[in-house]
Design a protein. Structure first.
Length: 297
């Protein structure tokens, strides 16, 4: 019968304990890893690596508070350890602490700037902090380091879109599709940018494909209905907008567009009902958090 985690920590050398900790983490045995890590930091309290591994075990085991405490302590003990900054950034991103994540990723990149993924994550943190120009530079750097980085062109396109640079966004989305194949997120984003650029026929093509790839996404159905309406296809827009309203019953926007479409189709009473529904939902909607969504009524 094998030794328990505490017993192992009391009898092993630091190197042996590190190997055991990594094995338990990689095997998904997070409870054992936490117990072993706790014993290790008790024996070697100033060993930053044990704090780091224990933080990772807590994070993967679902205890974000303990994970943050241990990773923060590991960073204090060894501020020049790339991996600790990186893993602490991942934790902060999972908590939507984009400012804190950006600080950790910036620190990691100053230690080693060769990891393309770190630049992508820093770009995402900047983008979610409304620092789109800085995000663009990080995504460009990531693509220089690794042209095949997953969703690199998509993220760059999204940053361009947030700056109102739709033509550049469209080019990046198309490049992502060329490199990676059909991804429903990218297809929908491309359709949305084409819609925002007034290229309604092209938008409809991609948005229709988007509904085929991800039929449960209300935003794609909404964009499709709006593009169809603006292209003069009111009859086609009606079922698209009704589907968007069905999939997201608390969103007022499809009802606003649907009222306009129904008026064009001569369905006056139905249009009035949709306008009333729009007003009810709009009144019940919480105030905007101030983050640009690209959505209008």
């Amino acid at each position: 019968m094998g030794l328990s985690a505490p017993a192992r920590a009391q009898t092993q050398t630091p190197a042996q304990t590190r190997r055991e900790l990594l094995h338990d983490i990689d095997a998904g045995q997070f409870r054992d890893a936490i117990l072993l890590g706790q014993q290790a930091v008790s024996r070697w309290p100033r060993d930053a690596q044990f704090r780091h591994y224990l933080g990772v075990a807590y994070f993967k085991g679902g205890d974000a508070k303990q994970a943050k405490d241990q990773l923060t302590r590991a960073r204090e003990l060894d501020p020049k350890d790339y991996a600790t900054h990186f893993d602490l950034a991942l934790l902060l991103l999972s908590q939507s602490d984009y400012g804190g994540a950006a600080e950790e990723l910036d620190a990691a990149i100053k230690i080693d700037s060769s990891n393309a993924l770190a630049h992508v994550l820093l770009g995402r943190a900047y983008l979610n902090s409304n620092r789109s120009l800085q995000a663009v530079e990080q995504f460009k750097t990531a693509l220089k380091l690794d042209q095949a980085i997953k969703l690199g062109h998509y993220h760059l396109g999204f940053a361009y879109f947030s700056l109102g640079r739709n033509d550049e966004a469209i080019a990046e989305y198309k490049e992502e599709l060329r490199r990676s194949g059909e991804n429903p997120v990218v297809v929908g984003a491309l359709g949305h940018s084409l819609l925002a650029s007034g290229k309604y026929d092209a938008a409809i093509t991609y948005l229709q494909r988007g509904t085929e790839l991800e039929a449960s996404n209300p935003d794609v159905w909404y964009d499709l209905g709006k593009a169809q309406a603006l292209a003069g296809q009111a009859a086609q827009a009606e079922p698209s907008l009704r589907k968007a309203a069905e999939l997201n019953p608390k969103d007022p926007s499809p009802h606003y567009q649907l009222a306009r479409v129904l008026e064009k189709l001569g369905k006056v009473e139905e249009a009035r009902s949709e306008r009333e529904r729009f007003a009810e939902l709009k009144k019940a909607q919480p105030p905007s958090a101030g983050v640009a969504t690209g959505r209008d009524e």
